[in-house]
Design a protein around this ligand. Sequence first.
Ligand SMILES: [Zn+2]
Length: 268
Amino acid sequence: MQPVVPENNANWTRRALLGFAFVAPFLALYLGRTNLVIALAPLFVSHVLLLYATLVPNSQWWGPVFRSFRTTEPEVWLTIDDGPSPEHTTKILDLLERFNARATFFVIGTRAEKYPHLITEILSRGHEIANHTFTHPSAMFWAAGPSRVAAEIDLCAELLRSGPDRPARFFRAPAGLKNLFVHPELQRRKMALVGWSARGFDTVRRDPANVAKGILRTAKPGGILLLHEGHRIAKDPEFNPRCLQLTLSGLAERGYRCVIPQPEQLGS
Ligand SMILES: [Zn+2]
């Protein structure tokens, strides 16, 4: 399958953000000659804008983020983050098979390295693998410099490359937080950043029914659904599979199919 390269329709916001961040200190110096409080305003606004672009998961201010795909059918793109996990991956694959659903697994490189047989199993059962960084540094990825961003992408990509013709096409940042260095690195590798349009907050909520309800409430044709695996293993090992099962049965009741979009269904 050909790599999908999103059109960089968000380039102007990127330029505007960086331009304003550059100009703001000079503006502050100029305004500071008359009023110190007013002088701080451009710096404050600039910082707020930079933080919004970085810390709001589906913000497109730094560059394009796929949040849906084009379809006229009742179909959605199910994405499962943070695997593979020996506790959940096989159970999840069995559930997907039972509901005749396909999914994209955004996997963590270190886990792929540890459980390569699960990567093989995901692929052999008709699903797709995507890049979710090598170490999943969720607390600091938003502040990572270009070399760390590149290393997180490349080390994971290397483990996922099952053949020269099958690189992982998609990337998702840990917790969806991406900074100004992520898009240029992805563009260089002909990869695309994928966000989501529906999630049930399964890393926060404790009741699988609430998780499924949250996803189903916001699911719509062409939507990208976000679930996780490998979480709460000690306290509630059935939590992640149960969230998936309730989501899949709710989708089936509503006539939805879970598909992996074709390249022409993505982008603007
Ligand atoms: Zn994650």
